[in-house]
Every structure is written in C-alpha cells, then in structure tokens.
Design a protein around this ligand. Structure first.
Ligand SMILES: [Cu+2]
Length: 130
C-alpha cells in the first residue's frame, strides 16, 4: 500500500461518514442542542429560517399568540428544500433560488407546534410556540 492509496481510502471513509451524517435524522424533539429563540419587535416576532440542503435552524422556540412572520431565506438553493409546505397553514410554495419569502402567521395560528417540510417530506423544521 502506498501513501496515495491510504489517502484515497481515508478520503472515501470521510465522504461516506459525511453522507451518512447528512442522511441520518438529526436533532429530534429531545435534542440537547440549544434551541434558538425569537425576538419580538413592535409586537411582532420574526423567525428566520434558511432553506438550503435542509432547514436551519431545525427547531425554533417562539412566543405563542402574537403575530409572527416566518422569513424563509434562500441563497443559491436548488434542492427540494426550496419547495416549502406548512400543512397547518395550508401553505405551499416554491421559493426563489435566492431571496426571502415572508410567511404571515396570525396570532391565532401561533399556537402549538408548527411543522414545515420540503415537498418530499425529506427535510423539516419545527416552530414551537410556547
Ligand atoms: Cu425534499
């Protein structure tokens, strides 16, 4: 075995590991990672979610019962996460590959857990109104 071979094996191991890491479901509801929260400006809260190869953050904790704007951001997004579905809001839209899209959530809708998905249901995000 020469050095080149060892390097190529090492590279493939890393790539395979990375592929599994991408595919495997991360941060479920009981995740110990810190959950981002929102800030409220003039009685409205704005939630920023970036769509690109999935959604980030995956879980956001928001205040319940106040008008909310869900701001979906894309930046060179050409994967299916640009196709957003929010079943509870009957919302479905194909986002531009780059830009922002504001989704209005009324005070009445800002309750419980709001789940968003890509059209295929492969990626998802959660807004937990508390
Ligand atoms: Cu998808």
């Amino acid at each position: 075995m020469d050095t080149k071979m060892i390097i190529s094996i090492a590279v493939s191991v890393v790539l395979i590991g990375w592929a599994f890491w991408i595919v495997s479901p991360k941060s479920g509801p009981d995740s110990t990672t810190t959950v981002p929260t929102t800030t409220v400006v003039d009685g409205k809260q704005i939630i920023d979610i970036t769509a690109k190869g999935g959604y980030s953050p995956r879980v956001v904790v928001a205040k319940a019962g106040i008008p909310t704007i869900l701001r979906m951001k894309t930046n060179g997004t050409f994967d299916c996460s640009a196709s957003v579905v929010i079943p509870k809001l009957s919302y479905q839209k194909f986002l531009q590959s780059s830009g922002t899209e504001d989704i209005a959530i009324s005070a009445e809708q800002a309750r419980g857990t709001l789940q968003g998905l890509c059209a295929m249901g492969m990626y998802n995000f959660q807004i937990r109104f508390q």
